[in-house]
Design a protein around this ligand. Sequence first.
Ligand code: FES
Length: 176
Amino acid sequence: MNRREIVTVGVALGAGLAHGARSERMKPQIGDVLVHAFGDRAGSVISPTDVGRERIFAFALAPDGVVRDGSLHGQLSLLRVDEALMSAKTRPYAAGPILAVSAACTHTGCEVSGWQRDNNELICPCHGSRFAVLDAARVVLGPATKPLALLHIELGDGVIRVAGKFSRRVGPAPTY
Ligand code: FES
């Protein structure tokens, strides 16, 4: 390999790495498939039947094989809830009884890691905000003032797919 070829390969590799890094940090895109975020099954495709009584953390898997796990803004809580209890604002984002809710708190951006199944509330451990997932993840208790973002998902071929955009800005509003 001569010097010019080495430089060309280096530039191409650099561009590829940069593309991969960008893809990892991108929000879920239409057509992506949801995969387990953590644990023994991290990176494996989530089947709708995997979503049971417990919340599952998920990331989106791009068609080119990149898992979009480079930012909390791509992390989702997958929840199975009672479809009949969903509000009219919630239902368009759901795939049957399954909801995908952003894990980035709208207060100051902590991971919303608590899930209280009995009353269908997601809870942020940092300052105690609570969100009603059946009602478009509205704030039940602050200090957060904005709902969590819902991601539009659909079921197909034993997978959960991204079918549209988030319902609102993910995470807190920027401070300038
Ligand atoms: S960051 Fe979630 S309540 Fe403050």
